[in-house]
Design a protein around this ligand. Sequence first.
Ligand SMILES: C[S@@+](CC[C@H](N)C(=O)[O-])C[C@H]1O[C@@H](n2cnc3c(N)ncnc32)[C@H](O)[C@@H]1O
Length: 247
Amino acid sequence: MEKSYYHAHESAYREIKTKGFVGWGNAKTLEDLGDAATKQYLQETVAKHFPNPKGMKALDVGCGTGTTAFMLAQMGMDVTGIDISETAIGMGEELARTQGLNINFVKGDVLELEKLNQKFDLIYDSHCLHCIVFDEDRMKVLTGAKKSLNPGGIFILDTMVMPNEAHDPTAMFDTLRFDNDHILWHKTKPSHMKGVIEIDGQHWCAQRRIYPPHTVIAEVAKAGFVTLSHRLDVQPGNPSMLRLILR
Ligand SMILES: C[S@@+](CC[C@H](N)C(=O)[O-])C[C@H]1O[C@@H](n2cnc3c(N)ncnc32)[C@H](O)[C@@H]1O
């Protein structure tokens, strides 16, 4: 089967590994993985919805090398992490071992969550959905998450959004373009991969979908979710972060 644009993450993780980093954002050590604000937000959200999280089943979608899967496991949850990158999954397994954490890392596609054949009390997406560009793919992720929740379960979605539609994050770069459909493309080589297009002899690979917040809120409603809470962390001059808690 022809690979899709999101398989490009594998080469990013190979580079991360080669450089001796342990995860996204040039993290050099376990302590560098993740930020304090996310950890606090996750702890508060879990405490609010699951006063006794020990043994409850959690899924981290697009888990990378395990940053947020580790946070959930440290709260006593029974965690599965899924990522498209084999390298990220291998690094996550190794990092979990060094911390004595028992996490089920799976190399798989978040468009096919039903293949896990499991239900979860909590599903966490930390910055994966904005890597899923096309609307039909995004809907597969969201409906798959909805079907994979236990009754009473929650889906925590943290995703990059663009509240100011006039802002062009690519203005400074000639290797990136951000179009009117909110798709961020990066310059690439010719390829038959899904998501690679040609414009004026130059090839571009779909990289991110950075929608305005109201579009993401409409998408999750279309997938059958009820929004329990939403919060927008605005970062001036940069895409902002939308944090949704869904049921
Ligand atoms: C921006 S990174 C975030 C990683 C991690 N969740 C974190 O917060 O540090 C996005 C992750 O989503 C993964 N990803 C992208 N598309 C995917 C897909 N279709 N299936 C599974 N994982 C995917 C990437 O490999 C990458 O690890």
